[in-house]
Design a protein. Structure first.
Length: 395
């Protein structure tokens, strides 16, 4: 049992590995080396199993992130272990925060590109942007004060699992390495209340029950499809369509979706498909999301006269400029632009399904049912103006 954390695992000294972020700042290298040098424990399989167990007690991704950060303080990690830990949080911003916070803990940083970045995304552009943000994060943390703060943050007396109060649902653990406004607010809110369970969060479950009389479960597939980012809307639609198909409710789907689903064993459950996507973005749902993005763009472009009247840019434009802005928007949607309600309208028509957005602000949004098929079932999607999730109807 380690004196610094109370968890098991060998305390083997491992050689420092040079940073693999290119010819960066010397201060950055010094910072990472100092942080790695004060780590006293090497995480083993037992430690990871314990973290998985503790995280399972929490529902929100930010709570899970807080648990992972607290339980990995003082630990050396491998890239494969870090990737395993990222599967415990749902939101991509939280995965990124975890990777940034624990980059200095990696004993095999030379494998960071292959073991971490290439597993996160196949897009070289996205990888380069992530590396740039990581370098910026490390540069900001490389001051003397940041090193001292992190040194103090590695607490030597975390209790053993058998006596650890964090095992209970209302424990509050400090977020020490991630300095974002969202996480700082989360941490201080936790300290000022009884714990994460008392933090007031917008509830899609309550809003769906209140406005539409349905019981739902929130399913968050993240933002990454097989080839694109910001694909949360398309992923949510994809899993909803599969669920309807399994229940015998899906009507005449576009041929491209039928061809993808044709390779799926009929026995595959929605749960299995969700787990597959969480393990690998190049999944059935990831491919379906990209197909939905493609066919919606084709429809928005070919049926411009039908959809452009609903397109309202934030800035005032004349008729000619609006047409240009619409074309530019459709073009960006073919890349990594996030879908909005106008895209949902196109998808509802293409897939022959009624879609009911549930806005977490509390406003009741009209049903999108261009094909008049609501009587056959409705696909519920939650949105907070930044991210879309599927609201799975419960029996």
């Amino acid at each position: 049992m380690h004196p610094c954390c109370g968890l098991s695992g060998p305390v083997d000294a491992e050689p420092l590995v040079e940073i693999s972020l290119g010819c960066g700042d010397n201060a950055r290298e010094v910072y990472v080396s100092k942080i790695f040098g004060i780590l006293e424990c090497t995480a083993c399989e037992v430690d990871l199993d314990y973290i998985h167990h503790e995280v399972s007690h929490f529902l929100l991704s930010k709570e899970k992130l807080e648990v992972v950060l607290c339980l990995t303080e003082g630990f050396r990690l491998t890239c494969s272990q870090l990737m395993d830990l990222t599967t415990l949080v749902f939101l991509d911003s939280h995965k990124e925060a975890l990777i940034f916070a624990r980059y200095a803990h990696l004993s095999d940083r030379v494998m960071f590109q292959h073991e971490v970045l290439e597993h996160l995304t196949r897009s070289e552009t996205v990888r380069n942007k992530l590396i740039h943000r990581l370098e910026k994060y490390l540069d900001e943390r490389s001051s003397v004060n940041a090193v001292d703060r992190d040194r103090a943050a590695v607490k030597p007396n975390v209790p053993h699992a058998a006596h650890d109060p964090r095992r209970h649902m209302n424990w509050v653990g400090p977020v020490t390495d991630v300095q974002t406004r969202e996480l700082e607010e989360m941490t201080w809110t936790g300290f000022l209340t009884a714990g994460p369970c008392n933090i007031v969060e917008p509830s899609y479950v309550q809003l769906a029950q209140k406005h539409h009389g349905v019981r739902v479960e929130v399913v968050d597939l993240g933002q990454y499809s097989a080839e694109h980012s910001n694909s949360c809307m398309f992923l949510s639609c994809a899993v909803g369509i599969v669920d309807r198909r399994i229940k015998g409710l899906a009507g005449a789907l576009p041929a491209v979706l039928d061809s993808i689903l044709a390779f799926e064993p009929q026995a595959r459950s929605v749960e299995a498909l969700v787990e597959e996507h969480q393990a690998d973005r190049c999944s059935t749902l990831g491919s379906m999301a990209d197909a939905l993005r493609f066919i919606s763009c084709e429809t928005l472009e070919s049926a411009k006269d039908e959809f452009q009247p609903y397109f309202h840019p934030l800035r005032e434009l004349d008729t000619t400029s609006i047409t240009g802005a619409y074309d530019e928007w459709v073009s960006s949607l073919r890349g990594d632009e996030e879908g909005d309600e106008l895209v949902l309208l196109a998808l509802a028509k293409l897939c022959g399904v009624a879609i009911q957005p549930v806005q977490n602000s509390g406003y009741r949004v009209p049903l999108m049912d261009p094909m008049d098929v609501a009587k056959e079932g409705v696909l519920y999607l939650g949105n907070d103006d930044r991210h879309w999730v599927w609201l799975c109807p419960l029996a």
